[in-house]
Design a protein around this ligand. Sequence first.
Ligand SMILES: *[C@@H]1O[C@H](CO)[C@@H](O)[C@H](O)[C@H]1NC(C)=O
Ligand SMILES: *[C@@H]1O[C@H](CO)[C@@H](O)[C@H](O)[C@H]1NC(C)=O
Ligand SMILES: *[C@@H]1O[C@H](CO)[C@@H](O)[C@H](O)[C@H]1NC(C)=O
Ligand SMILES: *[C@@H]1O[C@H](CO)[C@@H](O)[C@H](O)[C@H]1NC(C)=O
Ligand SMILES: *[C@@H]1O[C@H](CO)[C@@H](O)[C@H](O)[C@H]1NC(C)=O
Ligand SMILES: *[C@@H]1O[C@H](CO)[C@@H](O)[C@H](O)[C@H]1NC(C)=O
Ligand SMILES: *[C@@H]1O[C@H](CO)[C@@H](O)[C@H](O)[C@H]1NC(C)=O
Ligand SMILES: *[C@@H]1O[C@H](CO)[C@@H](O)[C@H](O)[C@H]1NC(C)=O
Length: 544
Amino acid sequence: MLKFVFSWLIAAYVVLAADVHVWWDVSFQSVSRDGFSTHLATVVNGRLPIPPVYVDEGDVLFLHVQNSLPHPLSIHAHGLFQRNTTHYDGTGMVTECGIPPGYNFTYKIHTEEQTGMFWLHGHHEFEIPDGLRVPFIIRKRKSLWEVDEDILITLEDWMSMEFIERTQLLDTVPLGSLGHNYPSVLINGISGNLTEPIRFVPGKKYRLRIISMSSTYWFRFRIPGHQMHIIEADGIDSEPAAVDGLDMCPGQRYSVLVDALDTAKFNFNINVTFFADFVERTPNINPRYYHIPLEYRQNAPIKQFPLIEDAQVKWSSDFGLVPQDKQEILEPIDRRIVLDEKEHIPDIGLPDYAFGNYAFNHSTNVPALLTALSMGDLAFDPRVYGPQANAQVVRYMENIEIVFNNTNGRDHSFHLHGHAFQVVESGCAVQNRTLCSDKTKYSLKWPMRRDTVTLPMYHYLKIRFKADNPGTFMGQCHQEQHLYKGLAFVLIEAPDKLQKNLKVPRIIMDHCHILGRKTQGNAAGNWGFNMTGLPQAKLVVNDT
Ligand SMILES: *[C@@H]1O[C@H](CO)[C@@H](O)[C@H](O)[C@H]1NC(C)=O
Ligand SMILES: *[C@@H]1O[C@H](CO)[C@@H](O)[C@H](O)[C@H]1NC(C)=O
Ligand SMILES: *[C@@H]1O[C@H](CO)[C@@H](O)[C@H](O)[C@H]1NC(C)=O
Ligand SMILES: *[C@@H]1O[C@H](CO)[C@@H](O)[C@H](O)[C@H]1NC(C)=O
Ligand SMILES: *[C@@H]1O[C@H](CO)[C@@H](O)[C@H](O)[C@H]1NC(C)=O
Ligand SMILES: *[C@@H]1O[C@H](CO)[C@@H](O)[C@H](O)[C@H]1NC(C)=O
Ligand SMILES: *[C@@H]1O[C@H](CO)[C@@H](O)[C@H](O)[C@H]1NC(C)=O
Ligand SMILES: *[C@@H]1O[C@H](CO)[C@@H](O)[C@H](O)[C@H]1NC(C)=O
């Protein structure tokens, strides 16, 4: 009987799974989103905000992308494992050379293994700050939680200039000399406090899906008078965890359950805080506060609450969650990778960053994936990917621990492609108790898995994952300027398996040739360790 039911379920699932086709024409258009500045932005089908993409578990998303931008484009599905499809991970000069201007490409994204909240964004020439950021929701066929309504809330920062224009300008003057150009906030695509109300009906139960599509700043999110229960973080179901507020670095997502109150006597203001630790705390500047009206009844009075200090609030924490499947901590460790976060502030320009010695730069002649596929046994030698790829090579099914050591005074948002990693430990990376005096935090039984995590200033952080997904995956800071300045590495996972099993579509090579890149050999496009023709990598040494 059980067996019968089981096979019936599988049959129903197979029948239900569908191909979902989404067509995107990506171009530049002059827009105003914050109410005062106008600049070029990356729009889809002439629109911003770009409509979210919803699919059901098991569907295959065919994302047909026409590149009408003047530079190469690739699209990354943030949080998707891309098992056996690393070539659809959409990372410029890691998994492809980019779609040339005027050309198109179809990303096939399988969803049988994952559900929850993800996002699609540009990943070639730093398109996120200019608008190419889109929620991607994979709904479960059979939800664990009965709710009356599912509500999506997107949080974004918005600069008053195009990213590259702003970054290059800041790069020609001493750090901080232009003052701080604080960005604006977009909530559900609409400028800050002008956003549309969220509507609750008394007695109903809601799932709020909250995503930080920020390019730089952090968000905090609180609903006064209501309790939130986290049930998902970055596409991983968690045991319900009661919190007062969500503390989100760029790229993180949460689903929370919220029970509406029983009466419609009052409306509320959802409290959104927008801040960055690299901007001095100054009243009315940093942090900045916004509200989303939570409406039970039109024109009902807004319930007032005494101000609550951040320190009194129970915030979401990467260490406070338990994954619903109770997957145990990975042990023993087969390979430990220590990555020192390096930072150097030059006299002129923005800081340089690196995980290790060299700033990541996608200036190689061959994307890392095509090097891994064409270099035979040498694909296990990190040197063939070029110093600017900062390659970390791991073997199939090893248990990997990465130790990030951040001895500098800036938080980062770390994201690894291709995996949800266990967050296992964090503690002080410096001896100076003025800079760091926290107790070490551990999560040693059932660590929460996620794909994006805060790497706190003056702290180390340990994450673990199993190298069960052959591919070439970027590990990166999700603050666009830090990525631009080099805070990334490339994980080369089981290159022998890739060489044996992976068939990369011909069109990826065609696009490389059109863009004047090469499709085999080391990072320079030569054989062995001959790096003739490879641009020089930038060495980054910590200031101390
Ligand atoms: C991925 O490829 C491997 C090797 O070809 C195969 O054994 C496995 O079933 C594939 N997995 C999926 C999810 O396609
Ligand atoms: C995509 O590009 C191919 C070849 O470059 C072309 O044949 C095809 O018509 C294009 N598709 C669309 C929808 O523009
Ligand atoms: C938005 O509204 C909040 C009150 O909810 C206020 O403190 C804040 O200054 C407003 N923000 C802006 C940018 O006007
Ligand atoms: C909004 O939240 C911040 C913490 O992120 C807090 O400092 C501020 O007092 C809150 N505002 C209100 C009106 O509760
Ligand atoms: C981090 O770097 C500091 C300074 O080099 C060093 O003292 C410390 O042992 C390192 N910590 C880890 C966990 O590697
Ligand atoms: C610790 O850090 C503080 C703040 O940067 C600095 O003033 C102090 O000199 C440092 N102490 C030591 C022992 O290095
Ligand atoms: C990346 O490398 C190219 C080629 O060497 C160089 O022109 C560019 O300045 C580098 N980018 C950064 C941010 O260092
Ligand atoms: C290195 O590669 C270049 C082409 O990029 C070639 O001209 C040169 O002969 C090679 N050097 C050696 C020692 O093979």
